[in-house]
Write a protein that binds this ligand. Structure first.
Ligand SMILES: [Zn+2]
Length: 57
């Protein structure tokens, strides 16, 4: 996945990657990289659980 001109350093193109530890983004132009916290993903899944519960009730 590519995010055009999202780099805070050079405004280059940023790619979303995934490894064993989770997601991270890297800039294709300058090599800037940043980890994306895992709790961002888990909070989304708990939201799904909540919506499922609301549906059952
Ligand atoms: Zn950059």
């Amino acid at each position: 996945m590519l995010h055009m001109k999202c780099c805070p350093k050079c405004e280059g193109d940023v790619a979303l990657n995934k490894d064993y530890y989770g997601y991270y983004v890297t800039c294709l132009q300058c090599g800037w990289s940043k980890d994306i916290p895992k709790n961002k993903v888990s909070s989304k899944s708990s939201h799904d659980k909540h919506s499922k519960l609301a549906l059952a009730a």
